[in-house]
Ligand binder design. Structure first.
Ligand SMILES: C[S@@+](CC[C@H](N)C(=O)[O-])C[C@H]1O[C@@H](n2cnc3c(N)ncnc32)[C@H](O)[C@@H]1O
Length: 394
C-alpha cells in the first residue's frame, strides 16, 4: 500500500506561488543586500561618529543597537524584515487552509498503518511552556501547539511549508531541509568512525526536519524526537513514514521527558535552547545528563554565544529578540556555557564547543578534513556556513 507524502499534498495556485517566490526573494534582499548596505552605513558613519565623540568603539551589540535605532536604514531594514517574516507565514496559510482536510486524512492514514514501524505517542496533558501559549514565536500565527480540528496538522504544515519560503532564496538552504542535523551527524560519523550511537534523542524536534538525518546516517539507531506541539508531531510522523525513515515521535516536555536514566548514546537539538528560559535550560541540561549513557554525547546546535561573535554581529543577530517574539534569545546568548555544563555534571575536559561546517554547502573533501581535525574551518556563522554546537561527553 502506498501513502501520499504529506509534504507534497499542497500545490500552491499561481497567485500563491508568485507570492511565495516574492517573499523568498524579499527575504534574501533584506538579509543579504540590504543588510550589507546597513553595515556599510554603520562602518562609514555611525561608528566613526561614536569613536570621535567617545574615543573608543561601541563595546557591544546593545550599544550599537542604541546608535542604530534612529538610523533611517535600520528602520527601513527592520521594518522590511519584520514584514517579510509575517508574509512568510501568510504566503502559505491560504493553501494549507484549503487543503487541511486532505492533510489530516493523509496523516491519519499513515498513522493507522505505520509503514516503516515508526511511532507517534501523543499526550494531551503535556505541559506547554508559557512563552508558547502566550506568544506567536517567530510571529508564526497559532505558534507550535494550537489545534483547530480533531487530529490537526495545520501548525506542522505551516512550519514545514513556511520554512521552505523562509529559506527559499538563501544560498545555504536551496534544496532540502535538515541541513543542521545532516552536518552534525556526518561530522560525528567521520570524526568518530567506530562510535555508532544506538539510541538518539532530538529535543524540540518540531516537524522532524532535523531529526530524520540522524536515522539516515546512523542506520541502526533508534531515533526519538520530542516536542510539546501535537500538530507538529503528527505532520512529522506522517512525513518521515512516507519517506521511509523510522522515527519515534513523542509529545513530551523536555523538562521532564520521562525516559529512563542512561538511556541515550546521543542527545541533540537544533535551534531549541534559545527559545527556552535560562532556568529551564539549566533543568533540561541536567535532564540530558541524567538520560545520557556513560560515554554518551550531548551536542546541541544553537546560535553562537555573544562572546563568540563581534559587537556588530551581535547587534545584527539579536534583532530576533526584539522583533520576532523570542523572549529568551538575549539571555541565552549571554550564558556562560562552561558554567552551565559543569553545573550539570559534565567534566571540564569532556565539554565540546564545536563549529561544524554546513554539510550541504561545504565541499566534501573540506568537510571531511575539518571533521578529522586536519584543518580548521574559518568561515563565519553568517549565511549558515557553519553551525555552532555545545555539549559534552558523559
Ligand atoms: C525553533 S523550534 C526547533 C526547530 C527544530 N529543531 C528544527 O530544527 O526544525 C523550537 C521547538 O521547541 C519546542 N519546545 C519548546 N519548549 C519545549 C519543551 N520544554 N519541551 C519540548 N519541546 C519544546 C517548540 O514546540 C518548538 O517546536
Amino acid at each position: 500500500m502506498s501513502f501520499q507524502n504529506i509534504a507534497e499534498i499542497i500545490k500552491p495556485n499561481q497567485d500563491e506561488m508568485h507570492r511565495q517566490r516574492f517573499v523568498s526573494i524579499l527575504r534574501k534582499k533584506v538579509l543579504m543586500d540590504f543588510a550589507s548596505d546597513m553595515k556599510t552605513v554603520y562602518e562609514n558613519k555611525v561608528e566613526p561618529k561614536f569613536e570621535k565623540e567617545y574615543g573608543r568603539k561601541p563595546s557591544d551589540g546593545k550599544e550599537i543597537r542604541k546608535l542604530m535605532l534612529d538610523e533611517p536604514i535600520f528602520k527601513a531594514w527592520s521594518s522590511l524584515r519584520y514584514n517579510a517574516q509575517m508574509m512568510t507565514w501568510w504566503s502559505v496559510q491560504s493553501s494549507i487552509e484549503r487543503n487541511l482536510n486532505k492533510l489530516v486524512e493523509a496523516a491519519t492514514q499513515v498513522l493507522n498503518n505505520k509503514p516503516t514501524g515508526g511511532s507517534l505517542e501523543l499526550n494531551a496533558k503535556t505541559q506547554i511552556p508559557k512563552e508558547i501559549t502566550e506568544l506567536d514565536i517567530h510571529l508564526m500565527p497559532g505558534c507550535f501547539h494550537n489545534e483547530y480540528l480533531p487530529n490537526d496538522v495545520a501548525q506542522g504544515a505551516l512550519y514545514h511549508y513556511g520554512t521552505t519560503v523562509f529559506s527559499g532564496g538563501l544560498p545555504h538552504r536551496k534544496d532540502s531541509k535538515g541541513g543542521v542535523a545532516r552536518s552534525i551527524a556526518n561530522y560525528l560519523d567521520i570524526k568518530y568512525p567506530k562510535w555508532k550511537p544506538k539510541r538518539i534523542l532530538d529535543l524540540g524536534c518540531t516537524a522532524g526536519a532535523n531529526t530524520k538525518p540522524y536515522a539516515e546516517v546512523f542506520k541502526n539507531a533508534d531515533v526519538h524526537g520530542i516536542d510539546v506541539g501535537a500538530p507538529l508531531l503528527r505532520f512529522g510522523h506522517a512525513h518521515a513514514e512516507t519517506e521511509n525513515i523510522k522515527i519515534h515521535y513523542h509529545q513530551r516536555n523536555a523538562l521532564n521527558s520521562g525516559f529512563p536514566d542512561e538511556h541515550f548514546d546521543l542527545i541533540t537539538s537544533s535551534f531549541f535552547f534559545h527559545e527556552v528560559s535560562v532556568k529551564d535550560t539549566e533543568k533540561i541540561i541536567l535532564e540530558c545528563y541524567r538520560m545520557l549513557k556513560p560515554n554518551g554525547l550531548m551536542l546541541h546546535m544553537e546560535l553562537p554565544p555573544s562572546d563568540f561573535t563581534d559587537a556588530y554581529y551581535n547587534f545584527y543577530l539579536d534583532w530576533d529578540a526584539y522583533y520576532n517574539n523570542e523572549p529568551h534569545y538575549l539571555k541565552f546568548r549571554e550564558l556562560d556555557f562552561n558554567k552551565l555544563l559543569t553545573k550539570s555534571g559534565f567534566k571540564k575536559d569532556k565539554i565540546e564547543m564545536i563549529r561544524i561546517p554546513n554539510y550541504d554547502t561545504t565541499p566534501e573533501s573540506e568537510f571531511c578534513s575539518v571533521a578529522r581535525g586536519e584543518e580548521s574551518f574559518r568561515r563565519d556563522h553568517g549565511n549558515g556556513a557553519v553551525w555552532f554546537t555545545f555539549g559534552g561527553w558523559k
